[in-house]
Design a binder for this molecule. Structure first.
Ligand code: GLU
Ligand code: MG
Length: 458
């Protein structure tokens, strides 16, 4: 980053600060997401936002090695010496309606000499988006957000709030005021909500948003989750986004929807392939399907993720794809006849919200890109729940269970050239160190103990 760029950022930051002050904002929460999926923050008063916009706010590189319980993994690449600069993205500054006086901005992390920090997940995601653009392709993405709402406080034995039937109107009645306040708050913050509904588990709710460019979609996932928590907190309610909220129960997914276009032309409809897929769309999806086990080290990155990723829990525990199949890890959505050009996309279901959304987006796009480059083809689609087939039938059809433990996913990631080359040696080492340390931490823990530590963290 040169002097002129810094000066332009400072000038733009000054204009933003004036606008924020006129909206009664006193402070900006500048956030990034760490390796174990926790959103970390530095707050800055609006009075210094101009300088921060150009020079950033300091943060230790050791955050990269934080575990979900705030202990720190032992790694040579992230240590307490040195300083990183969090530079807010000035195009994504949002006043927070449920936290009056606060605004939010996602940050990119740079070194003190103005170079991109090799461990910055948001910059990594932007670089992969640029690589995709070099192949003439633009992607759109959206993260679905599931959570369980509890009566507060956030203690060890919380009581779900909204216990009516799954997908039931009764539950909407129970959470009616909370839901309306949430939808109004998100709308005021510029988030385009598309759907809100009660989910399967007691107290569980879901919200989906319109697709955006990939980095913006990851930003929105961060904003939506902090907004849900803030709206709930104002009502004395507690929120869990944890993959597993109650050992043995249905968990929270963090499904990712993706679609592609080449020169503005959608690639998931109107093609010659199965269900209207174009060759590009098939190869891209196939690049993801073939490396699902490795992707889980990024997309289902906590020990608790594997308490959720169970067959017949709509979590996508089998490494296959299918048309509108909610038990396949990858679900093709074609949309209704007549709106397919606009609506067709695919959903990666096996991932959850302990994932850093920027890392996950980078990993998914890099996998898809590799599929495109290799002209990879998809295996046969799977119809119905693979768990209802016998072992022999699944083997004959090549339907493999995805890793049942984090360690297996981490081994697959370490061996995956596409992902480790995309992430680079430093980020790869950090991810491996954090995952191994969390595996070690929970080596002797019961599912209940894992859930207790994880429940309120993400
Ligand atoms: N809660 C399920 C999961 O863990 C997903 C339910 C759905 O299909 O929306 O992913
Ligand atoms: Mg859902």
């Amino acid at each position: 980053m040169d002097e002129q760029e810094r000066a332009e950022r400072v000038a733009k930051g000054r204009r933003q600060a004036e606008w924020l002050a006129s909206r009664d904002v006193a402070a900006v929460a500048v956030t990034f997401v760490d390796t174990s999926g926790i959103c970390r923050v530095k707050g800055v008063p609006v009075s210094v936002f101009d300088r921060i916009s150009g020079w950033g706010v300091g943060a230790t590189p050791v955050f990269d090695a934080f575990l979900l319980d705030d202990s720190i993994a032992d790694t040579s690449v992230a240590n307490p010496s040195g300083d990183l600069r969090l530079l807010p993205d000035l195009s994504r500054v949002v006043p927070l309606s449920a936290q009056p006086g606060w605004a939010w901005a996602p940050a990119d992390r740079y070194t003190q000499d103005g170079k991109p920090h090799p461990g910055c997940s948001r910059l990594l995601a932007s670089r992969v988006v640029d690589r995709l653009a070099e192949s003439g392709i633009t992607a759109k993405a959206a993260f679905e957000v599931e959570w369980v709402l509890f009566r507060g406080p956030a203690d060890s034995d919380p009581e779900p709030f909204g216990i009516g039937p799954a997908y039931g109107m009764n539950r909407v009645i129970e959470v009616s005021d909370f839901a309306v306040e949430l939808l109004r708050t998100l709308s005021a913050q510029g988030v385009a909500v598309q759907q809100f509904h009660p989910e399967y588990a007691p107290g569980q709710l879901e919200l989906s948003v319109a697709p955006e460019s990939p980095v913006a979609a990851a930003d929105t996932a961060v904003l939506v989750r902090s907004t849900i928590r803030a709206v709930a907190a104002r009502r004395g309610l507690a929120v869990s986004f944890s993959p597993s909220v109650q050992a043995g129960g249905v968990g929270n997914g963090g499904h990712v929807h993706l679609s592609l276009a080449r020169n503005g032309q959608p690639l998931f409809s109107g093609g010659e392939g199965r269900f209207g897929l174009t060759t590009d769309a098939e190869s891209f999806m196939a690049g993801i399907v073939e490396r699902l086990p490795a992707l889980l080290a990024v997309g289902a990155p906590s020990v608790a993720s594997y308490l959720r990723l169970l067959p017949s829990h709509w979590a996508g525990a089998y490494g296959c794809w299918g048309l509108e199949n909610r038990e396949a890890a990858v679900r093709l959505v074609t949309g209704s006849v007549g709106e397919q050009t606009r609506a067709a996309n695919f959903e990666v279901k096996c991932v959850d919200q302990s994932a850093n959304p920027y890392l996950l987006m980078a990993a998914l796009l890099a996998s898809g890109l590799s599929g495109l480059e290799q002209r990879t083809t998809l295996p046969d689609p799977v119809h119905g729940d693979p768990a209802s087939l016998s072992d022999e039938q699944r083997t004959a059809r090549n339907i493999a269970r995805l890793p049942e433990r984090l360690a297996a996913a981490v081994d697959a990631f370490a061996a995956d050239k596409v992902l480790t080359e995309t992430f680079g040696p430093e980020l790869t080492e950090t991810i491996l160190a954090v995952r191994h340390a969390e595996i070690e931490k929970f080596a002797d823990a019961s599912p209940e103990e894992v859930v207790a530590v994880t429940r309120w963290r993400h």
